[in-house]
Design a protein around this ligand. Structure first.
Ligand code: SIN
Length: 543
C-alpha cells in the first residue's frame, strides 16, 4: 500500500511519478497538483529539462475557439482530423480532443502563455489538411518554446512538484502479488550513476517519441522510444506501431531542423531542382495535402526522376513577411548560409512523429493498472494512420490533463480498461551483434521509411533479430529501447500488408489512395477496429 504523506482529509496522499518533461508531462503534473493539492508529484527527465521535443515545435496548437472564427467549427476540426487519419482514428478520442481544446487554451492564457494576436483576436495560422486557419501560435514560429517556457514557469512556481533531471527510468515497478498486476513505481539511474526506486500509486509516461530510429529526423537525440520500451517490458499493450509520420520539409542539412508546415500554409510551395512544382502529379491538394501524401509524393518524384533533393520555395512571401512571421526560421536558414527570401531551400522528409505507442483509453490508462501514458508515447487512436498538423501539442495537453484527472479520481471513470492485444515474442535470434545508432538508422531508413515493401521489411526484420545490446550505460539502454521499437515497427509494418496513411507499401500501392472521405456531419464510426495491438508475451498483463 501507499506510504504517501497524510492528505487534507486524513487519507494517504497520492504519490505520482511523471516520466518526461515535455508538454504532456508538465501539464499532467500541473493538473494533478490542481486537482489534488496534497498529491506528491515527482517529474523525471532523462537529461536537462530543456531538452524535450516540445521545445522544437514550430507550427502551434490547433484549436477552434468558439466565437473567434465564424467560418470554422469544432466539428470541422474533428472532420479534418479524421480525414487526415485515413479512417483509422478513434472518433471518441478525436471528439474529446477537439472539443476540450478551448478550455486548455484558456488555461494556458491564465498561466501567462503569450499567444500571438492580431488586434484583439488571436492570430490564426493555416497548415496542411486543415479546412480553415485555426493554428494558435507563440512567437511566430516558436510555439513549442513559448508553450514550454510557460509550463516550466508554472511548474517552478508550484514549488511542490519535485523535478529530478538526469534521471533515466530503467523499469516500471510492478506489484504482482495481488490478483491483478499494477504499476507500483519506477526504477531509475540518476546522474551520479546510482540506481534507486520511487514507489508510486500512479506512473504517467510522457516520454515522447522515437524519431532517432531514422537517419533523417526532426526529433532531438533524446527521442529513443524509452516510454514504449518501459511499458512493453511491464506488459502494457502497444498499438499502431507501423504508423510513423515523416514531415515533408526538414532542412536538408545535418540535424535536419524542421521547416514548419505553416510556411506552406502561408503560400510557399515545393519545387524540384529546376524550380518546377511537382506535387500536382501525385495529389490534387498539392502543398496542403495531408503530410503522409506530401512526403510520399516527394519520395516518388525523386525515384521517378533520379534527382537528389527537392526544395521549398518561399521567395514569393517576401523578405519582410518571412522575417516577421518566421523569425526563428529566418535566423536558422541564415545560419546555414541560405537566404530563403531569394532562393528555394533544400528540404527532405524526416521522421517526425510516431502515431503508434502505448495503447491507452481516453483517460490515458494503459492496459497495466496504475500506468498512464500521454502525448506522443501514447496511442489513444486520436491520430489514426496519419496525424493532422498541430494536433500534437493539443493531444499532450488534453490527454495529459485527462490522465491527471483519472489518477486523481477527480473524474468519475469507468473500470480499468482491458485491451485486446496479440502476445508477441520480440527477442532476437540470440546472435547479439553489437550495432551503432547510425547502423540502425540506416537499416530503418532503407527499408522502413516513407515507402516500404515486404522484401525490405523481411531484410530489416532479419538484421534486427541479430542485433543485441549490453545494458550497462544509459546510452546502451537507449540503444536497446530503439532496437525494441524498431522490431515493433517492423513487425507491425510486415503484418499490415496493405497501404494506409503513413504506412505506404509499394507492393500494395493502390490501397493508399483509399483514404475514406469523412465530411462533417456524416462521419462513419471509425476506430481501433482495424488497428493492431501487441503485448510482450513474456510479461503477460492482458491480451
Ligand atoms: C510544423 O510546424 O510543421 C510541425 C507541426 C506539427 O508537427 O504538428
Amino acid at each position: 500500500m501507499s506510504q504517501g504523506r497524510q492528505g487534507a482529509q486524513g487519507t494517504q496522499a497520492q504519490r505520482v511519478v511523471v516520466v518526461g518533461g515535455g508538454a504532456a508531462g508538465l501539464y499532467s503534473a500541473l493538473t494533478v497538483r490542481a486537482l489534488d493539492p496534497g498529491a506528491q508529484v515527482t517529474l523525471l527527465t532523462k537529461r536537462n529539462i530543456e531538452e524535450s521535443n516540445t521545445r522544437y515545435a514550430q507550427g502551434g496548437i490547433a484549436a477552434v475557439i468558439p466565437g473567434i472564427a465564424a467560418s470554422d467549427s469544432i466539428g470541422a476540426h474533428i472532420a479534418d482530423t479524421l480525414a487526415a487519419g485515413a479512417g483509422l482514428c478513434a472518433e471518441d478520442a478525436v471528439t474529446l480532443m477537439c472539443g476540450e481544446a478551448p478550455q486548455h487554451i484558456a488555461h494556458l492564457e491564465e498561466l501567462g502563455v503569450p499567444f500571438d494576436a492580431e488586434g484583439a483576436q488571436p492570430a490564426l495560422g493555416r497548415e496542411a489538411a486543415h479546412s480553415a486557419p485555426r493554428i494558435l501560435r507563440i512567437g511566430g514560429d516558436a510555439s513549442g518554446a513559448g508553450l514550454f517556457a510557460g509550463l516550466i514557469a508554472a511548474v517552478r512556481a508550484d514549488g511542490a512538484i519535485e523535478v529530478v533531471e538526469h534521471a533515466f527510468v530503467t523499469a516500471i515497478l510492478r506489484a504482482d502479488d495481488e490478483q491483478a498486476p499494477r504499476a507500483a513505481g519506477v526504477e531509475l539511474i540518476t546522474g551520479s550513476g546510482a540506481v534507486s526506486v520511487i514507489e508510486a500509486d500512479a506512473v504517467v509516461l510522457a516520454t515522447g517519441g522515437a524519431g532517432q530510429l531514422f537517419e533523417h529526423t526532426t526529433n532531438p537525440s533524446v527521442a529513443t522510444a524509452d516510454g514504449v520500451a518501459l511499458a512493453w517490458y511491464a506488459g502494457a499493450a502497444v498499438a499502431d506501431a507501423e504508423f510513423f509520420q515523416f514531415h515533408p520539409t526538414a532542412l536538408d542539412v545535418p540535424g535536419n531542423p524542421l521547416i514548419s508546415e505553416a510556411v506552406r500554409g502561408e503560400g510557399a510551395h515545393l519545387v524540384d531542382a529546376s524550380g518546377q512544382r511537382f506535387l500536382q502529379h501525385f495529389t490534387g491538394a498539392g502543398d496542403l495535402a495531408p503530410r503522409d501524401l506530401v512526403s510520399r509524393s516527394i519520395a516518388r518524384h525523386l525515384a521517378a526522376t533520379g534527382e537528389a533533393r527537392v526544395f521549398l520555395d518561399a521567395t514569393g512571401l517576401g523578405r519582410s513577411f518571412l522575417e516577421r512571421r518566421f523569425p526563428t526560421l529566418t535566423a536558422l536558414t541564415r545560419r546555414h548560409g541560405l537566404d530563403w527570401s531569394v532562393e528555394p531551400i533544400p528540404v527532405v522528409p524526416a521522421a517526425h512523429y510516431w502515431m503508434g505507442g502505448v495503447r491507452t483509453d481516453t483517460w490515458g490508462r494503459t492496459s497495466l493498472p496504475g500506468l498512464y501514458a500521454a502525448g506522443e508515447v501514447a496511442c489513444t487512436g486520436v491520430h489514426g494512420a496519419n496525424r493532422l498538423a498541430s494536433n500534437s501539442l493539443l493531444e499532450g495537453l488534453v490527454f495529459g490533463a485527462r490522465a491527471a484527472a483519472a489518477l486523481s479520481a477527480a473524474a468519475s471513470v469507468a473500470p480499468w480498461p482491458v485491451f485486446a492485444s496479440t502476445p508477441l515474442d520480440l527477442g532476437g535470434s540470440g546472435v547479439e551483434q553489437a550495432f551503432t545508432r547510425a547502423e540502425l538508422q540506416r537499416l530503418m531508413s532503407d527499408h522502413v521509411g516513407v515507402v516500404r515493401d515486404g522484401n525490405g521489411l523481411r531484410i530489416a526484420a532479419k538484421q534486427l533479430a541479430q542485433f543485441g545490446t549490453a545494458v550497462s550505460s544509459v546510452g546502451d539502454r537507449e540503444q536497446g529501447n530503439l532496437l525494441l521499437a524498431a522490431r515493433l515497427v517492423v513487425h507491425a509494418a510486415a503484418a499490415r500488408t496493405t497501404s494506409r496513411g503513413a504506412h505506404y507499401r509499394s507492393d500494395d500501392p493502390d490501397s493508399a489512395s483509399n483514404r475514406p472521405s469523412v465530411p462533417e456531419g456524416s462521419r462513419k464510426p471509425v476506430g481501433f477496429g482495424s488497428s493492431m495491438a501487441f503485448s510482450n508475451a513474456a510479461a503477460g498483463v492482458n491480451s
